[in-house]
Design a binder for this molecule. Structure first.
Ligand code: HEC
Length: 110
């Protein structure tokens, strides 16, 4: 009986893992880019990470513009380092290395 249970859970585990393989890596990166932790990178950095104008505002009667920079041409090191170290405007995400890698690969693929 005990053995049966162990075998069953092993079977379930391996089944779970093989299911995961079915989720295409790039598809995973795309999902993360579009909706990580409920705040979309896309909303600020654009469809392809090309960067975009997020907002214009006035301060002391001067028009100011707020841009999200292009994140398409960063090295993986810069990309990974700067994602989780916001200087203010960008929200902090606390993404895992796996998630960062998936987003990076997705952007490279575009
Ligand atoms: C609210 C808008 C906003 C969202 C959402 C956002 N970013 Fe940003 N991001 C910025 C801005 C603005 C900067 C410039 C630095 C700063 O002000 O924090 C930036 C900087 C970066 C940088 C560093 C760029 C460089 O040249 O060093 C990377 C990498 C980055 N974002 C990736 C992402 C990823 C990936 C996501 C989704 C997980 C994301 N950002 C979500 C606005 C945003």
């Amino acid at each position: 009986m005990k053995h049966y249970k162990i075998l069953l859970s092993l079977f379930l585990l391996s089944h779970l893992y093989s299911q995961e393989d079915f989720i295409d890596d790039l598809e995973y990166g795309k999902k993360l880019y579009e909706n990580p932790r409920g705040i979309s990178c896309k909303a600020c950095h654009g469809d392809k990470g090309e960067g975009k104008l997020i907002a214009t505002y006035k301060t002391r009667n001067k028009e100011k513009q707020l841009f999200a920079p292009s994140i398409r041409h960063l090295s993986y090191e810069d990309f990974a380092q700067n994602i989780n170290s916001s200087k203010g405007v960008m929200p902090k995400y606390y993404l895992t290395e796996k998630e960062i890698e998936a987003i990076f690969k997705f952007l490279q693929s575009l």
